[in-house]
Design a protein around this ligand. Structure first.
Ligand code: ZN
Length: 410
């Protein structure tokens, strides 16, 4: 295929590839989570603080699974044999997932060595804004994605099965002017150098499990439900302000929702991250997801209410506030009980993240929607300036047909 044609297709399918059905956001028919970079940074910071640097390796490994599978989807769906000299088709795809604009610094395909630059990493910027500069790089998820993508491209074009790893040698979060990621064969990294060893992935049984569960066959399967669903009142209102999508695709590989830079990544991967962390670190990891959901809800409700000129105290605005999870791909919310006098609320959710969890992990005697529970709690605390607590009382993961949440104010 001619380069220009490939570029045109990349742009066309990039935008057309995104669909929204009121409760989910899809890219290439794969259900996605819209994860604002501030929330990713919040998770990174709190996980690392609580459980140490292994959490960076876990995030990197999941990014790698996604980079590899996402690239294989493109190869499979468009029957493209990657051209080592022109990887622009694959590089342009990254612009639709919100990780900034990638540039090739060095593409030494023959020697399997690649260097990628990103002078506008929204992940690094969000981290520095919230938590300040750090000594170690931060773009672990994107680094994993690029290493996984390169591995998939190399193996498809060379018809081989080799393993590659990427290290972020410079990062905006460390004070460098841009992020720079080097990708090489595993064997070519000097693992006896502690600085390099720290950055290379480690073996975690939960990651191996995750790798087996998130296969290409799984991703290429059509989604569980029909993708044609009515929009919500909130999404229609936002469209009147923003145009076709509630998501905005900006220059420089930035995707925003209500002005927040965001990562668009498969919900399956987010739930595998949740699975690995909650299995490894238990209730404290679940709590961090809950807090992240709450942090997001307070921020997004405030942004949306300001932008649309909605007032907190009005009852009809409560309904609008609870349509938000759908815009992030977190499911369709029905308010079952709304007792504003006694601060007692029950929410029923279809297509909650737990649906992905049960599809990947199977039925368990547990609940998996801490992030969404935290989200409900954050919305209520914002709306009523009161402390709430939210519990997921029933979850699809433990066999319920829908997820049920109860929030009570104190
Ligand atoms: Zn970086």
């Amino acid at each position: 295929m001619k380069k220009t044609l490939i570029k045109l297709i990349a742009r066309f399918i990039g935008h057309k590839g995104i669909t929204f059905d009121g409760g989910r956001v899809y890219y290439w028919k794969v259900p996605m989570i819209v994860l604002p970079m501030d929330i990713l940074a919040f998770l990174q910071h709190n996980l690392e603080k609580e459980f140490g640097p292994d959490t960076r390796k876990i995030l990197y490994s999941l990014g790698k699974i996604q980079g590899k599978n996402g690239t294989n989807i493109l190869i499979e769906r468009f029957k493209i044999i990657p051209d080592a000299k022109d990887l622009s088709f694959f590089m342009e795809q990254t612009e639709f997932i919100g990780v900034g604009k990638i540039k090739m610094i060095n593409n030494d395909f023959a020697n399997c060595h690649m260097e990628i630059g990103n002078n506008n990493s929204p992940n690094a910027r969000a981290y520095v804004n919230l938590f300040g500069k750090r000594e170690k790089p931060i773009c672990d998820y994107a680094r994993g994605m690029f290493a996984g993508a390169f591995q998939a491209i190399f193996n498809a074009s060379a018809r081989k099965k080799e393993d590659f790893e990427g290290i972020e040698v410079e990062c905006i979060a460390k004070g460098n002017p841009s992020c720079r990621i080097e990708i090489k064969r595993v064997s070519e990294w000097d693992a006896s150098d502690p600085g390099i060893k720290d950055e290379l992935p480690a073996i975690f049984p939960e990651i191996d499990e995750a790798r087996k569960k998130e296969t290409l066959a799984m991703l290429l399967k059509p989604p569980l439900e029909s993708m044609i669903n009515p929009e919500t009142e909130l999404s229609r209102t936002i469209k009147r302000y923003h145009g076709e999508y509630h998501l905005k695709f900006m220059e420089g590989g930035i995707v925003t929702i209500f002005g927040m830079d965001s990562l668009i990544t498969p919900m399956d991967i987010f739930m595998l991250l949740y699975y690995v962390l909650s299995k490894r670190y238990g209730a404290n990891a679940k709590k961090i997801f809950y807090d992240a959901g709450s942090f997001l809800a307070k921020k997004s409700t405030e942004l949306i209410f300001n932008e649309l000129g909605l007032r907190k105290g009005q009852v009809q605005n409560i309904n609008i506030a609870f349509e938000q999870p759908g815009l992030f791909g977190l499911g369709t919310v029905h308010i079952v009980k709304k007792d504003t006098k006694n601060h007692d609320y029950i929410f029923k959710v279809d297509k909650a993240p737990g649906v992905h969890y049960s599809k990947l992990i199977g039925l368990k005697k547990e609940k998996a929607d801490d992030y969404l529970a935290g989200f409900f709690n954050g919305v209520l605390e914002y709306l009523f300036d009161l402390k709430f607590s939210t519990i997921e009382e029933k979850c699809v993961v433990s066999g319920s047909p829908v997820c049920l949440f109860r929030s009570t104010g104190k």
